[in-house]
Design a protein. Structure first.
Length: 486
């Protein structure tokens, strides 16, 4: 029983395979089918190959005749790598051998055209229609050879004689048949149509070519030399083919790196557009300036020549001064520490107000050695020392600087104001009041008075520097001037 069941199963599988094979060959199955229309499909039978570029991709599954008396050949494409067919696809029936076997050679076209129209109803429903304008049928070699036979020649003569009568009203149909009989004729007709549509352009080309070629004929030697030089350039380039190949290989990475730079350059060009426009508006002025530069350059040429002559004459002196320059360099090197210390001192004086304080000291010191009276300020020509010349914080009797408006009042020729630290002395040494004051303080001197005044000004400057956190350099300088060690 098991053997019978196994045998039955094998029979069923074989039957299914046979049905599928028959269905596929007959065109009733699935897959991609093309319904190609031919003027003549003689000797083409089902089962023959369909080829693309010489490689089998399918078979002829069926043949029939349409209402327009065209041969409908159903092509079953089994290789899915060559589908779909496009509107610019072509198919040709070609002889496979000398015994009248045929095969269909096709080109599926390309995606630049639309896909073939699919038949939705009637015969060939589901297949894709390839019109007769995209197909052609060959003329068998034996037919061509039969023309050499006398009987065939006579029959052909009769056909040609009667052809005019038989096709009197079907000239266009005959023309289409002749064109489809050989695809080369159809392509030739297309070329002639294009040339006919461009006849004016071709006529103008023929006319203008004389205008272009006439100058070239005059310079044909230069043109020949250009060709020779181009040949040499090509030869040299061929000798450097390895380096050129390396350069071309590196070109993509170079362009990738160049892209950001070009973007920045584009932004620079956009931003520089207003500048260029402004430069254009000032072009006239710039042109005038450049024109005036011409005589200036002519005169400057003489000056530059004289400068060159002077440089030649002073060359020996400059060479001799190298020793002096070396000595100056040595002195400068030795003076570098002192210069740095001086720089620090001057920087400190400048940043802490020391210079202003020093000027105040000189101002107050100068004012302390001079005085004023009812007639105004005066400069001392001889030192006069008395009791009124000493520094005092409280008013001293007889030394008041407040004048009553008379210049002859006794005892008012010299005074010291305790608030302002100013001193005055009498111009006349014969006045009794001055004499008595001078005799009362014989031990006092002008230096003591000046020192007292300077000390007060210095102390005020030191207090101000301490209050403003000024550097110790100013304190050291002021201490040196007052005799104090900081």
């Amino acid at each position: 029983m098991k053997r019978v069941a196994a045998a039955g199963a094998i029979v069923i599988v074989v039957a299914v395979i046979a049905v599928v094979a028959v269905t596929t060959v007959g065109g009733g199955g699935g897959g991609y089918r093309v319904e190609a229309l031919f003027d003549n499909a003689g000797f083409a039978v089902p089962g023959e190959q369909v080829r693309i570029a010489g490689a089998p991709v399918g078979t002829i599954s069926a043949l029939s005749v349409t209402k327009q008396t065209l041969a409908a050949v159903t092509l079953s494409i089994s290789n899915r790598d060559f589908v779909p067919f496009y509107a610019n696809a072509t198919c040709t029936i070609r002889p496979q051998s000398l015994i009248a076997e045929r095969y269909v050679n096709c080109s599926p076209g390309n995606s630049s055209a639309r896909k073939l129209h699919r038949i939705t109803s009637g015969y060939g429903a589901g297949a894709y229609l390839l019109p007769v304008t995209q197909t052609s049928s060959p003329i068998d070699p034996d037919i061509v050879e039969n023309v050499s036979q006398e009987s065939v020649r006579e029959s052909l003569s009769v056909i040609l004689d009667e052809l005019g009568t038989g096709l009197a009203a079907r000239g266009s149909d005959l023309n289409q048949v002749i064109l489809r009989a050989d695809p080369g004729l159809a392509q030739t007709e297309r070329v002639f149509n294009v040339l006919a549509s461009q006849n004016k352009v071709l006529a103008k080309l023929a006319t203008d070519s004389d205008t272009v070629l006439a100058p070239l004929a005059k310079t044909r030697s230069s043109l020949a030399d250009f060709i020779v030089q181009a040949n040499r350039t090509a030869t040299a380039s061929a000798a450097e083919s390895t380096q050129l190949a390396q350069s071309i290989r590196l070109l993509p990475s170079f362009l990738k790196q160049l892209k950001p730079l070009m973007a920045d350059l584009g932004q620079l060009a956009d931003q520089g557009t207003p500048v260029v426009k402004d430069a254009g508006s000032s072009a006239a002025s710039l042109d005038a300036e450049f024109k005036t530069l011409v005589p200036f350059a002519g005169r400057a040429r003489t000056a530059i020549t004289d400068l060159g002559n002077a440089a030649q004459q002073s060359e020996s002196s400059l060479v001799d001064s190298q020793g002096l320059a070396a000595q100056l360099q040595s002195v400068g090197s030795r003076a570098e520490p002192s210069s740095e210390a001086l720089q620090k001192l001057l920087t400190s004086l400048n940043s802490t107000g020391g210079i202003e304080q020093l000027m105040s000291l000189l101002f107050y010191g100068t004012g302390a050695t001079n005085g004023y009276n009812a007639d105004g300020h005066y400069v001392r020509v001889a030192p006069v020392v008395g009791s009124c010349t000493a520094y005092a914080r409280t008013p001293v009797a007889g030394c008041s600087a407040n004048f009553s408006g008379t210049s002859t009042s006794s005892g008012s020729s010299a005074s010291v104001d305790s608030g302002s630290n100013s001193h005055s002395s009498s111009r006349s040494s014969s006045r009794s009041s001055s004499s008595s004051r001078s005799s009362s303080a014989p031990g006092e001197s002008l230096s003591q008075v000046s020192q007292a005044i300077v000390k007060k000004a210095v102390n005020d400057a030191v207090r101000k520097s301490s209050k403003h956190n000024q550097s110790s350099s100013l304190r050291q300088l002021l201490g040196y001037l007052t005799g104090k060690k900081s």
